[in-house]
Design a protein around this ligand. Structure first.
Ligand code: SF4
Length: 345
């Protein structure tokens, strides 16, 4: 098991529930736009939010944002130790900075000391796109070994500064490389891992890449906090991350979990229409109950799924069998089946 760190009260690692992170896309200096986006992320279920801090003005804005943000703030900094110190002072709950990019060891020590005094963890975020030149020369490309070696190098610099409140990520846009890099690192270290597929793209392809990479790691027991990276508005990142956790069995499914079959030549009803009717007819109150409902196209696999669900309907050519809590309730005409199911629920 990994060791545990805390991001302003949110535990990461050590068996804590896997948390969901995202990153704002607003200009951090625009405090009100950034806070509005953070509120939308919080409403979607995000636990921790990261902001880009490329300038002194952005580091100043971190204070106003951290004071009013509903979520703990992670300041994302590259190269500049002075910005890291300012963000630590201004209320950031965590820093993302790679100590190997800071420069002199005394600067690394200053950042480590500032974080230690305030109980602020540091995430080392290795990215295939910005790997050290020496490692690229040694391995020829951003291989899993190169990513893991880069992470270990950064870890050693913080350890040398007497700092161990660390989370680590090793992201590539290639799923297989990313999974192998995390596996290699996790075999030797117990630092909590922030997992994700970087620059996954957008739309269905991006979500599939994220789900494959993050899901594979979670099912291997690797990953303490996750971020889905998608081009565009960040709220869908949070929705996708939560659904990955639900699918991996790490969170109870929110809302209504609808199970339906793909249909095949045995199906003699318009299952799509039945599901559309069900979705149109079911109330918000029912959706919030966390129920599993099965709507199945025939009486081959239908009864089995419907029996396992909280409520279910297995359609036959003329009538449908209704189920509640594993028991057959009765048969109804197909035309009345959806309304009967909704009434039953
Ligand atoms: S439940 Fe029946 S209709 Fe649906 S896919 Fe399976 S066999 Fe086909």
């Amino acid at each position: 098991m990994t060791r545990q760190i805390h991001v302003k009260g949110i535990p990461i690692g050590g068996g804590a529930p896997v948390s969901v992170q995202s990153m704002t896309t607003t200009d951090t200096c625009d405090v009100s736009a950034t806070l509005a986006q953070i509120q939308r992320l919080a409403d979607a279920g995000c636990d921790i939010v990261r902001l880009a801090v490329p300038t002194n003005a952005a580091a100043e804005a971190v204070r106003a944002i951290a004071e009013r943000s509903p979520l703990p703030i992670v300041a994302d900094i590259h190269f500049n130790y002075a910005l890291a110190l300012k963000c630590a002072e201004n209320g950031a709950a965590k820093l993302r900075i790679n100590p190997g990019n800071i420069g002199k060891p005394e600067y690394v020590k200053l950042v480590a000391d500032a974080c230690r005094e305030r109980g602020i963890p540091i995430r080392i975020g290795v990215n295939a796109g910005s790997l050290e030149k020496e490692l690229l020369a040694k391995y020829g490309s951003p291989t899993p070994e190169a990513l893991a070696e880069s992470a270990i190098g950064h870890v050693r610099l913080l350890e040398d500064a007497g700092f161990g409140d660390i989370a680590v990520s090793m992201k590539s846009s290639d799923v297989v490389t990313t999974v192998a890099a995390y596996e290699a690192f996790a075999a030797s270290f117990d630092y909590p891992l922030h997992v994700g597929i970087t620059e996954a793209g957008s739309g269905q392809r991006g979500i599939i890449k994220a789900a494959m990479g993050i899901g594979s790691l979670l099912l291997r027991g690797i990953g303490d906090t996750i971020r889905v990276s998608l081009t565009g508005d960040p709220v869908p990142e949070v929705t996708a991350a939560i659904e990955i956790l639900e699918t991996a069995g790490l969170r109870k499914i929110r809302g209504l979990h609808l199970i339906s079959c793909p249909t095949c030549g045995r199906c003699k009803v318009n299952l799509e229409a039945l599901i559309a009717d069900f979705n149109a007819g079911v109330t918000e109150e029912v959706r919030k109950r966390g129920l599993t409902v099965a709507i199945m196209g025939c009486e081959v696999n239908g009864p089995g799924e419907a029996r396992e669900a909280d409520y279910g309907l297995a359609a036959g050519p003329v009538r449908a069998t209704l189920f509640a809590k594993g028991e057959v309730i009765g048969k109804v005409e197909i035309a009345d089946a959806v309304q009967a199911l909704i009434k039953l629920i």
